[in-house]
Design a protein around this ligand. Structure first.
Ligand SMILES: NC(=O)c1ccc[n+]([C@@H]2O[C@H](COP(=O)([O-])OP(=O)(O)OC[C@H]3O[C@@H](n4cnc5c(N)ncnc54)[C@H](O)[C@@H]3O)[C@@H](O)[C@H]2O)c1
Length: 326
């Protein structure tokens, strides 16, 4: 049984992370910490565990295997570093670093994300990032179709999202289409809408658009030589089509999302994280995914600010020593 501590108990911690860990048959929440006493007490009452206002005190006193850190990006760095240094498995939120309500990802944010990955690489622990859409049944189905390679090599990605889902869109494009080498991007006033032309490392190209007025969360079309795969939103459908036979395959992930609601994404994603620890295997939304997302987003910000194409600076430290830090 993994002993889990919740560090940060407001929106994400209370509504999504803690319930998902509590549902996992191999996890037990043993402590809740929030620097706001009312929130810490609320979590402690819900799970009938001790509450703490100070993370160090909790980490010193409690026997903990996994620390869940759903604090906001501005306050995440020290907490995550501290837990990794203490050799705990860590699950945290995206983006790994940033300023509140500032869409511009700066070089210092990327430096913080790299420092987290560096620290993680020193320990035999799992480091997971809450890219909950990896838990979307449509995404999992599309990834499987793409992995099976029946449509050949990727040529183009067309992706769009509501502004609030921008970092999910970047992560999903990388998850489905691979690493990004270069970007050229524009934004309008206040960055309410953003568009980035991207060149993938595998030679494919694509466009990523975030639009303040979009009525859906996200949509991704993955186009290869002999066919295409499309995901139409959370709780929508995903479909694939061969360009030679025009044969359609439609997958409707809606049922499973409707059954569990939006939190079902987190339940599945966090269960995958815990199972990866149990089975001692990598997790697909790990610290690398968190870092690569930051590097791509930082290059997009720089391109918007300079009006020039920007190469994505992919950090390649010495490879980790454990299965968790591949
Ligand atoms: N993955 C997703 O789909 C998704 C969706 C929504 C939000 N988010 C992300 O989740 C993050 C958290 O969102 P939120 O709205 O719950 O944040 P929040 O800031 O409201 O809550 C964080 C809690 O952590 C506590 N906290 C902060 N520093 C602390 C410290 N040093 N010690 C103890 N407690 C501390 C705060 O008091 C607060 O209660 C954001 O970064 C956001 O981007 C992710």
């Amino acid at each position: 049984m993994y002993k889990v501590a919740i560090l940060g108990y407001r929106v994400q911690g209370k509504s999504h992370h803690a319930p998902a860990f509590a549902k996992h048959p191999d996890c037990k929440i043993v402590a809740v910490c929030d620097m706001v006493e009312e929130r810490a007490r609320d979590g402690a009452d819900t799970y009938r565990v001790p509450f703490y206002l100070d993370a160090d005190e909790m980490l010193d006193k409690e026997k903990i295997d996994i620390v869940d850190v759903p604090t906001s990006e501005k306050y995440r760095f020290e907490l995550v570093m501290n837990c990794l240094r203490r050799g705990k498995h860590v699950f945290t939120e995206k983006p790994l670093a940033g300023e509140l309500r500032d869409p511009n990802v700066r070089p210092e944010h990327v430096a913080k994300a790299r420092a987290m990955v560096d620290e993680w690489q020193k320990h035999d622990v799992a480091f997971g990032v809450c890219f909950g859409l990896h838990g979307d049944p449509n995404v999992r189905w599309a990834k499987q179709v793409i992995r099976n390679c029946e449509y050949g090599d990727l040529s183009t990605v067309l992706a769009r999202c509501a502004v609030g889902s921008w970092n999910h869109l970047i992560d999903l494009c990388r998850f489905l289409a691979g690493d990004v080498d270069e970007v050229s991007a524009y934004a309008n006033e206040g960055w309410r809408s953003r568009v980035a032309a991207v060149k993938f490392a595998n030679g494919a190209v694509g466009t990523l658009v975030a639009c303040a007025d979009l009525a859906l969360q996200y949509q991704i079309k993955w186009i290869a030589r002999r066919g295409e795969v499309q995901i139409d939103d959370i709780g929508g459908t995903a479909w694939a089509r061969s360009s030679s036979s025009y044969e359609y395959k439609v997958f409707n992930g809606q049922g499973s999302i409707e059954q569990g609601g939006y939190p079902a994404l987190f339940t599945h994603h966090i269960a995958e994280f815990v199972d990866s620890i149990k089975e001692h295997r990598p997790f697909d939304a790990d610290g690398w995914a968190g870092l690569r997302h930051m590097e791509i987003d930082a290059a997009i910000s720089e391109s918007i600010l300079t009006g020039r194409p920007v190469k994505v600076d992919r950090y390649m430290p010495e490879k980790g020593r454990t299965i968790f830090s591949p």
